[in-house]
Design a protein around this ligand. Structure first.
Ligand code: SF4
Ligand code: SF4
Length: 324
């Protein structure tokens, strides 16, 4: 069972992070810091000043690093290597260190898909996965698993995951309307059977149908995301996870408008285990908020992806929480 360090005190947290990085990355020449530079217009995604204390630690320890994010499939400056890098530079990320944004990859065959894992992360001596915890329209919750299950993969694979989670109607429909109520986009309408409109492939309607009249094209979105994260992590030489429970918005950093803040700030987490850190983030938020804010706002609990990632062997959902 992995330790998950939690603190609301930034200074105490950074001291522990320094100790952990010094110990775990001591033989590393160059590491990748996997972050999300934020969608243009998004005001709650990471800013360079959020990450600077971490890059300061790397500099103090004389560990060379670069900041990395992969490309997106939808229309955005983030869909192209050059324009994403320029955007990140404009936002001031270049002051922290070298920035890399590209889609170079290796292919890794999984049970459900062949995943294109970003080569920059595979080739680095270690990957420091720094995640902003917030909601997500398809997965309910986004943290470390999402940071790798989308963010460590190419735009083609991101598209394959969204496609693979899309619904297919099979069999008979009782017109109970459960799938219509489950669709976070409100685009699914039940007539004599479900009629799918604009669809992100979240698979919520397939989870919800009580008689399994809706299947997915490949597998549930959370299963594909979790398999992608597990496969990516399995190709890293070393990994360490840091999560910020701050500006917890309804939607993710890929949205220019990520919606309302749905929970208070609950500090910082660090762990060697990407599944444990997400489970701990989820538990801390639910315990303090008194309800599953992700289920309430996005119609899906974050535990679906956690369960799936644990099943694939990415890590363990049981953890030892150490308060700093
Ligand atoms: S997968 Fe189903 S629930 Fe999700 S967006 Fe598509 S139609 Fe709606
Ligand atoms: S949940 Fe299943 S049975 Fe109910 S309306 Fe949707 S497809 Fe039909």
């Amino acid at each position: 069972m992995a330790n998950v360090y939690h603190s609301n005190n930034k200074d105490k947290f950074l001291l522990k992070v320094k100790e952990e990085i010094k110990h775990r990355f001591k033989d590393c020449n160059k590491i990748a810091v996997k972050i999300h530079f934020g969608e243009p217009g998004n005001k709650t995604a990471f800013k360079p000043e959020d990450i600077k204390p971490i890059t300061d630690i790397l500099n103090e320890l004389d560990i060379k690093f670069f900041l990395f994010d992969s490309l997106v499939k939808y229309s955005s400056p983030r869909s192209n290597s050059k324009s994403y890098k320029n955007f990140a530079l404009k936002k001031g990320w270049g002051k922290l260190g070298e920035i890399k944004t590209n889609d170079e990859h290796i292919n890794v065959k999984g049970e459900n898909l062949t995943y294109e894992v970003c080569r920059e992360l595979v080739d680095a001596d270690a990957v420091l996965v720094v995640s902003h915890v917030k909601g997500h329209i398809c997965t309910g919750f986004g943290g470390a698993i999402k940071n790798l299950g989308m963010g460590a993969l190419t735009k083609k694979t991101k598209g394959d995951i969204h496609y693979g989670g899309k619904p297919v109607f099979v069999g008979k429909c009782t017109q109970c309307g459960t799938c219509e109520r489950a669709c976070p986009l409100g685009t699914l309408k039940v007539k004599d059977k479900p009629v799918f409109g604009i669809c992100y492939g979240c698979s919520d309607c397939a989870y919800a149908c009580p008689i399994s009249a809706i299947k997915t094209r490949v597998n549930y979105f959370d299963t594909l995301l979790a398999e992608g994260a597990t496969i990516a992590q399995s190709r890293f030489k070393k990994a360490y996870y840091i999560s910020f429970l701050k500006n917890i918005t309804q939607l993710c950093d890929c949205e220019s408008d990520p919606g309302e803040i749905i929970a208070d700030d609950y500090g910082f987490l660090a762990s060697t285990d990407g599944v444990a850190i997400d489970m701990a983030a989820h538990d801390i938020i639910l315990e303090n908020e008194g309800e599953d804010v992700f289920l309430k706002h996005n119609k899906k609990s974050g535990t679906e992806q956690v369960k799936a990632a644990e099943k694939f062997g990415m890590g363990q959902s049981k953890y030892n929480l150490i308060k700093l």
